[in-house]
Each structure stands twice: as structure tokens, then as C-alpha cells.
Design a protein around this ligand. Structure first.
Ligand SMILES: C[S@@+](CC[C@H](N)C(=O)[O-])C[C@H]1O[C@@H](n2cnc3c(N)ncnc32)[C@H](O)[C@@H]1O
Length: 260
């Protein structure tokens, strides 16, 4: 994989963008980036358990659907942005086979450490690599990936427009940009139930099994995330063509696909 070493000096990250304006660009992590990364590091040990529990296992089905949208159908080079504990990276290897290579990027080393352990166990010797990098400044050259995905990560990215633009930059023309994110189901009954679950039930379970603050942050970040039509427009503005979206499980999550 053609990749420059990510340089980080006191929170400064160098993007490998080879821009028309010329050269690389520096991104400085701000306090929100740091706070979000640290929060995920604190919940890392219980993240997978809570994911399975709180979604009753449907998150696995959503990830399968998202990876099925990534091209090519087998092999290829893929970016899993905000990889966390590497569930998407593992699903990519499962679907695309051992000839695929995956780069996982995330702010939290603790989340990725768990992901590294899972990859070693599930697919030793397969090309999954990890890098600590913010979505806003990716250490990859232009157009090196066949596809890029981000699952339940884009809502945490402080500069979302820049994160999407970076995803587009590193995907080759014709490649896919795939985003899986929570959404609020349409309709007042389902919408109210969803809000109740997210604001009342989930923080309690999260507080019992992990850090409550993270599971209070989750509803805030989900409820303030743009509606699908607005997010599709953001993907187009970032450089994706033919953007489509489809609701999953009554609209609890939405799968967005764009072509670079
Ligand atoms: C909810 S987890 C999702 C993890 C994984 N993609 C999954 O499907 O389970 C969100 C991840 O986004 C990462 N993250 C948050 N802001 C980020 C940023 N600006 N750049 C890169 N990763 C970020 C967090 O560290 C965390 O691991």
C-alpha cells in the first residue's frame, strides 16, 4: 500500500494530499477531537459487548450490507475510516477474501489495539494494517483505494465536510465511498420510541456496563446528525457522484453510497 508515515507532533497531523494548491496540509487536533478519541479509548474494553447487546446483534447485518456495497467484489484495497475495533475491516476480509488489503484509521489507539487482536486471531497474515490518524487528515496519497467506508464514525468527526473530502480524495475515480450511520426513523410513533430508547434506556445500560458519559454522548450525536437528504448533499459537495441512501431496520440506520 502506498502510504506515507503519518506525522504527529503535538497533535499536528500531516495529510498526504497532493493538491493543486500544492503540497501537504497540516491538521491540528482540536479539543473536541481529543475528547472524543479519549472517550472511545475509555470504553474500548466494553465496546464490542455493548454494541452486540444494545443493537441485539443487528449491527452485524448492517455492516454486511455496507461492505457488500464496496467494490471490487473480491480483492482490492480498502480504507476503513474510524475503524475502532475493526469489525468493518474484518467484514471486508470476510467478503473480499484474503487478496484484499485493508487500512484501518482511527484516533483511538486503544480501540485499534482490540481490533488488531481480533484480526490476528481471525485472519492472521492477511493485509490489515492500522494507523492512528484523524479523518480530517489522512496519511494516504490520492486515489490509492478502491473503496472507503466509515461505520458509525462520521457523526463523531469534528470537521465532517473535511473528513468526507479526505475519504473522496483517497479513493480512485469510479471507486465507492460507503457510509453507515444511525438515523432517526421516520414517523412519530417509531421516532418517539427511538428517542426514548436512545435517551433513557441506552445511557442506563451503558452506565451499568461501561462509562455512562459515552452513552449519554451517543444519543446527542445521533439526534443532531443531519437528515439523510442533507447528508447526501454533504457527500456530493465532498466529491461523490451518484449518491444514494437507503434506510436499514425501519430507518434506525442509513446506508449511504457514493461513487468517486
Ligand atoms: C462508534 S465507533 C465506530 C467503530 C467502528 N467503525 C464500528 O463500526 O464499530 C467510532 C470511532 O470513531 C473514532 N473517531 C472519532 N472521531 C474520529 C476522527 N476525527 N478521526 C478518526 N477516527 C475518529 C473513535 O475513536 C471510534 O473508534
Amino acid at each position: 500500500m502506498s502510504r506515507k508515515r503519518q506525522e504527529s507532533f503535538g497533535g499536528l497531523y500531516l495529510s498526504s494530499r497532493s493538491s493543486a494548491e500544492g503540497g501537504s496540509r497540516l491538521y491540528r487536533l482540536d479539543d473536541r477531537n481529543r475528547a472524543i478519541g479519549e472517550m472511545f479509548s475509555r470504553i474500548a474494553p466494553r465496546y464490542d459487548l455493548l454494541n452486540r447487546l444494545l443493537s441485539a446483534g443487528v449491527d452485524r447485518r448492517w455492516r454486511r450490507a455496507a461492505v457488500a456495497e464496496m467494490t471490487p467484489a473480491s480483492g482490492g484495497r480498502h480504507l476503513d475510516l474510524a475503524t475502532g475495533t475493526a469489525d468493518m475491516a474484518l467484514e471486508i476480509v470476510r467478503q473480499k477474501g484474503n487478496a484484499a488489503s485493508v487500512a484501518g484509521a482511527d484516533l483511538s489507539v486503544e480501540m485499534m489495539r482490540i481490533g488488531i487482536g481480533k484480526c490476528r486471531k481471525a485472519c492472521p497474515g492477511v493485509g490489515v494494517s492500522f494507523v492512528r490518524a484523524p479523518a480530517e487528515s489522512l496519511p494516504f496519497r490520492d486515489a490509492v483505494f478502491d473503496s472507503a467506508c466509515v461505520a458509525f464514525g462520521i457523526r463523531n468527526v469534528v470537521d465532517r465536510e473535511l473528513g468526507l473530502a479526505e475519504m473522496c480524495r483517497v479513493v480512485r475515480p469510479g471507486g465507492r465511498v460507503v457510509v453507515l450511520e444511525f438515523s432517526v426513523p421516520p414517523g412519530s410513533v417509531l421516532g418517539s420510541l427511538y428517542r426514548f430508547y436512545f435517551t433513557r434506556v441506552l445511557p442506563r445500560i451503558g452506565g451499568l456496563l461501561s462509562r455512562r458519559e459515552a452513552y449519554e454522548y451517543l444519543p446527542d450525536s445521533v439526534l443532531s446528525f443531519p437528515e439523510p437528504a442533507e447528508f447526501e448533499a454533504m457527500m456530493r459537495a465532498a466529491g461523490c457522484a451518484s449518491v444514494t441512501s437507503r434506510p436499514l431496520t425501519f430507518g434506525i440506520a442509513t446506508l449511504y453510497v457514493g461513487v468517486r
